[in-house]
Design a protein around this ligand. Sequence first.
Ligand SMILES: NC(=O)c1ccc[n+]([C@@H]2O[C@H](COP(=O)([O-])OP(=O)(O)OC[C@H]3O[C@@H](n4cnc5c(N)ncnc54)[C@H](O)[C@@H]3O)[C@@H](O)[C@H]2O)c1
Length: 315
Amino acid sequence: MYSIIAYTCPLVLPRAQKRRKGSGTEEFDHIGQQNVKDVAGKTAFVTGGASGMGLAMVRSFANAGMKVAVADIEAEPLNAVVEEFEETNASVIGLQVDVADLESVTEGAAKTREAFGQIHVLVNNAGIVTGGTFAEAEPNDWRWTMNVNLDGVYNGLNAFLADMIAHGEGGHVVNTASLAGHIAVPNLGVYGTSKFAVVGLSETLRIELVEHGIGVSVLCPGVVNTNIFTAGRNRPSTLAAERETNFERARTDSEIADNEVMRNIIEPDVVGDMVLHAIQNDQFYIFTHPDFAPIVRARTQEIENAFAYWTEYCG
Ligand SMILES: NC(=O)c1ccc[n+]([C@@H]2O[C@H](COP(=O)([O-])OP(=O)(O)OC[C@H]3O[C@@H](n4cnc5c(N)ncnc54)[C@H](O)[C@@H]3O)[C@@H](O)[C@H]2O)c1
């Protein structure tokens, strides 16, 4: 039983690893170095960096003295970001990248290294949303959502991780999930599935990267005032939707727009600073809306109750 916990629980694993390797703590001295506390002069690659939370991170990172590669599929906003920083001393480059395309991300990684040298912080943030119930969801909703929200994260890891491990200077990976990666949200099931996957991926990644001095954070926002509501602007024609979804109807419905979730909307610049703080302080989960803790707790409580039920059943 204990070995299962040791292999699956991130909080337990470092101790378990220590035991498996069988020697003193000196082998684990490097663990403290995964914390990229001193970010000035380090390089970050931020996907979806031309808008919303990605742009806010770019601003927070640049203000902290980091060199930043802004990767985004949208050319015009990308140019606007580069122009914004031309007036300053910040080292910021813009790269047109499609995170759903591994070749495109790999090319972005090469260009970033060419411009700035080693990359220390990878932010897999680009994302889109599709809505509607599972019964309504079209195959193209599923494909586009997974291509960007899940494959996009994998492609970032594939393009950057090997070098981040090899250069040995430590680093940090941030993956943007969502509060919908912790709780079920009706009409957001396809999106939520991609975000639950990003949370799970990040939890595993965190365990695997400890020994390489690379920290991991998973950003789990509630509603943030960004351009996500017009995500369809980046939908490829090859994956077009055949009909309007509940999500599009929902965002124009004043009753829904005035619900509790929408009343708790926050501005992206707050999130940019939270992500920088999480990197500097090696914080794994980043919850932008702590008020929603009871909803997540209700889910974990139900799981605990189920364990109690089945423990009794199994005698
Ligand atoms: N805004 C919210 O309420 C909210 C809540 C939870 C999670 N999120 C997540 O936050 C992340 C950032 O979204 P945002 O809210 O800032 O929205 P946004 O639309 O303002 O920014 C997303 C950026 O990703 C880019 N993008 C989309 N597809 C891409 C692709 N294939 N390749 C490269 N770039 C691509 C867009 O051009 C855009 O610049 C997403 O992963 C989203 O799912 C958002």
